[in-house]
Design a binder for this molecule. Structure first.
Ligand code: CU
Length: 263
């Protein structure tokens, strides 16, 4: 219904609502543009100098323009109160329960995305800045913490299962970045000092999207949507949506890799 907007292909269960809101906003704004534009042209002709050589000190008596303005305000209030605020509340306030979701910590830094999974125990290992090592431990995970033993980390590669809520806990190590997944209609700033949760339900696997777009190289991307420094242009990650089984397998492979001291 919103193809005319030319948005990227939709790949999340919740994105349709956002597209709908964007569509309605465009329609209302188009109506406003045409309405006010028409009124402007009417005023130019109606009050032209040739017809009104002397200024009219009494001015307009009719209340038509006041009613019009009230109507515009009502439409805008409906957009805001009827659509935007409930959608915002649903997307931001009501997170799905963590035990039914896959929870990922995403830490932005100049200029990469650090992805952190809790592993089978579901508990993230502690992090401490004094253990940060740019090469080996960019998140400063405390290796002596038993909860960190099965943690899985990747850089710029976010793997997720399809059709399950994903909660991303967004952090930043340095400046403000913005986590943008265009196909999932997700965009949230990462603010240093804050952990901001966002959630979405991806419902089209990478393989499905590849066949749908007949592009064998199709990749979902993570874009940084805030100019965050000189390397901003290369702050680009990838999202791979797998089926539940494939994701399970990927996670097991990662755990094996972690356990292998000669990796
Ligand atoms: Cu950035």
């Amino acid at each position: 219904m919103t193809e005319w907007l030319g948005l990227p292909a939709l790949a999340s269960a919740n994105g349709g609502q956002i597209d709908g809101l964007i569509g309605w906003t465009h329609i209302f704004m188009l109506l406003l543009f045409v309405g006010w534009g028409g009124f402007f042209i009417f005023a130019l002709i109606r009050f032209r100098r040739a017809r009104n050589p002397v200024a009219n000190y009494a001015g307009v008596k009719s209340h038509a323009s006041s009613y019009l303005e009230v109507a515009v305000a009502v439409v805008e209030a409906v957009l805001l109160i009827g659509f935007s605020i409930p959608l915002w509340a649903a997307r931001v306030d009501r997170l799905p329960p963590e035990n039914q979701a896959i929870v990922v910590q995403m830490t932005a830094e100049q200029f990469a995305w650090n992805v952190h999974y809790a592993g089978p125990d579901g508990v993230f290992g502690r992090m401490d800045n004094k253990f940060i090592d740019v090469q080996d431990n960019p998140l400063g995970i405390v290796r002596s913490d038993p909860a960190s033993k099965d943690d899985v980390t990747t850089i710029n590669q976010l793997y997720l299962p399809a059709n399950r809520p994903v909660i991303v806990k967004l952090r930043s190590k340095d400046v403000i970045h913005s986590f943008n997944l265009p196909e999932f209609r997700v965009k949230q700033d990462a603010i240093p000092g804050l952990t901001i949760p966002i959630w979405f339900i991806p419902n089209v696997t990478t393989a499905e999207m590849r066949s749908r777009t007949s592009n064998a190289e199709f990749q979902y991307e993570i874009a940084c949507a805030q100019l965050c420094g000189l390397g901003h242009y290369r702050m680009r990650g990838f999202v791979t949506i797998l089926s539940a089984d494939e994701f399970q397998k990927w996670m097991e492979d990662k755990l094996k890799e972690n356990a292998d001291p000669f990796k």
